[in-house]
Ligand binder design. Structure first.
Ligand SMILES: [Fe+2]
Ligand SMILES: [Fe+2]
Length: 279
């Protein structure tokens, strides 16, 4: 039996957010439920083109085709990593090989945590911490850590010119059926439940332990930066009035009722369903 991961069966072309910013999509279907989840990354094809996160290994050929259909690898000046998880670093090596003039924007914790899987070209690296800024020619990016995250290396990136914020794993939610283009296409109750499920079981299970006032202040600190659009790895796009709703949901997360996490009974059910379906 091969343990190689399955190539995604659903393809969604990149979404253009403004004149030069694109979200590159990958879709993963949930186990045992009619749900799907995005595994997104982003490209800013401005004066100094930047790739933000590098997708997953199992989507490598499609991801490279999508990204290099937007920017020529010879022109890529920056590769920004939000953190060290496999769905954000899956194609880092081929990207750095294909983009010889790119600087890798990362951090000390990211290098410490990920050197077992990637030989960092330290002379091509730039370390960015929360609150630091990066000039990429026609705009400045600010590193803004979202209030919830699953790695201490996490840095989100706010494009100060466009107002687009790369929120990393925060705001993660599944979609019912095929993935919705924007959160405005989700039923509001489903959206709230989806965010609660993901944050408590798949992203930041410590969120129920936090000091409520300090957490709320952190949510408000990020919100006050005034992002107009939020693109994240695992959510439909958050645009317009949905940005305020998303921060409201984020603020409520420590105290929302938490759906049960699937257990062995759920796995047995998934296996039985697969047998019945002849898979
Ligand atoms: Fe992550
Ligand atoms: Fe992720």
């Amino acid at each position: 039996m091969s343990f190689a991961p399955e190539t995604p069966c659903t393809r969604i072309p990149p979404t253009r957010l403004d004149t030069d910013t694109w979200v590159v999509h990958q879709v993963q279907h949930a186990l045992g439920a009619p749900l799907s989840v995005y595994l997104n990354s982003m490209v800013i094809a401005g004066e100094e083109p930047a790739i933000v996160d590098t997708g997953s290994v199992n989507n490598r050929s499609q991801w490279l085709e999508d990204v290099f259909g937007i920017v020529d690898p010879a022109d890529v000046r920056w590769v920004l990593l939000s953190h060290d998880d496999s769905d954000h670093t899956g194609n880092l090596a081929p990207v750095m090989e294909a983009c010889p003039t790119a600087t890798l924007v990362c951090s000390w914790p990211l290098v410490e945590r990920f050197s077992n899987a990637f030989r960092f070209p330290l002379d091509r690296c730039r370390w960015l911490n929360d609150g630091d800024t990066l000039d990429i020619g026609d705009r400045r990016l600010m590193a803004v850590r979202p209030p919830v995250y699953d790695s201490p290396a996490t840095r989100g990136f706010l494009d100060e010119r466009s107002g687009i914020y790369w929120g990393v794993d925060a705001f993660a939610t599944p979609s019912p059926g095929d993935p919705a283009p924007t959160v405005a296409d989700l039923d509001p109750g489903f959206w709230a439940q989806g965010m609660a499920m993901f944050v408590h079981h798949a992203l930041s299970p410590w969120v129920g332990l936090v000091d409520r006032a300090r957490y709320a202040a952190e949510v408000d600190r990020v919100r006050a930066m005034g992002m107009t659009t939020i693109a994240t790895a695992h959510s439909p796009l958050i645009e317009g009035r949905s940005v305020a709703d998303a921060f409201d949901l984020l603020r409520d997360l420590p105290d929302v009722p938490v759906p049960p996490v699937p257990d062995q009974d759920a796995l047995d059910h998934i296996l039985q369903t697969a047998v019945t379906a002849g898979m």
